[in-house]
Design a binder for this molecule. Structure first.
Ligand code: F42
Length: 145
């Protein structure tokens, strides 16, 4: 069983710790904004380690939209490469944990649709995209068969 390596970002690692240790009853929002957060458990594509990545909760029916914004940084987050290497993830949404499979949305029409859902759920995404030349990647997570 691979080990879990916490995020090198302390506030992120702390949120994961509170979210998971409370069984999803605490630490499930973005700081005090009240905006819901999910945790995506993914596999490090270099280390093989278990990685846990909090993301804004953007629902699309039974699916989730995962936005690799990283605050509008010029580079993709590491978890982007993890998901590309291994699409099998678990998503914790408060007290529920789902096995899911992700795929990057590259079709322009579909990307427009899911981006609009994401940006209306969390307006910060559009600000991030406005501030970077990087086209912020978007994944859709669907329940695993
Ligand atoms: N990030 C987003 O991109 N979108 C969001 O909607 C979002 C919401 C959010 C809400 C709450 C919260 O606490 C954090 C939130 N974040 C959001 C931040 C998100 O959780 C990540 O911290 C952020 O996106 C950066 O992701 P990252 O995977 O680059 O994490 C860094 C900090 C990190 O942990 N790096 C590790 C390190 O050691 O530097 C490596 C992690 C890793 O996956 N390593 C891979 C491996 O094999 O283990 C190798 C990666 C490689 O290619 O080198």
């Amino acid at each position: 069983m691979s080990e879990y390596i916490p995020s090198t970002s302390e506030w992120v690692a702390n949120q994961v710790e509170l979210y998971e240790s409370s069984g999803g009853t605490q630490g499930n929002t973005l700081m005090d904004t009240g905006m819901p957060v999910i945790i995506v458990t993914n596999r490090g594509h270099k280390t093989g380690a278990i990685r846990k990545t909090p993301l804004m909760r953007v629902a699309d029916g039974d699916n989730y939209i995962l936005v690799a914004s990283k605050g509008g940084a010029p580079d993709n987050p590491s978890w982007y490469y993890n998901l590309k290497a291994d699409p099998n993830v678990e998503i914790r949404d408060k007290t529920e944990v789902y096995k899911m499979q992700v795929h990057e949305v590259v079709d322009p029409v579909e990307r427009e649709r899911v981006w609009n859902i994401a940006a209306s759920t969390f307006p910060g995404y559009q600000q991030y995209q406005n501030n970077t030349d990087r086209l912020i990647p978007v994944f859709v997570a669907e329940p695993a068969e």
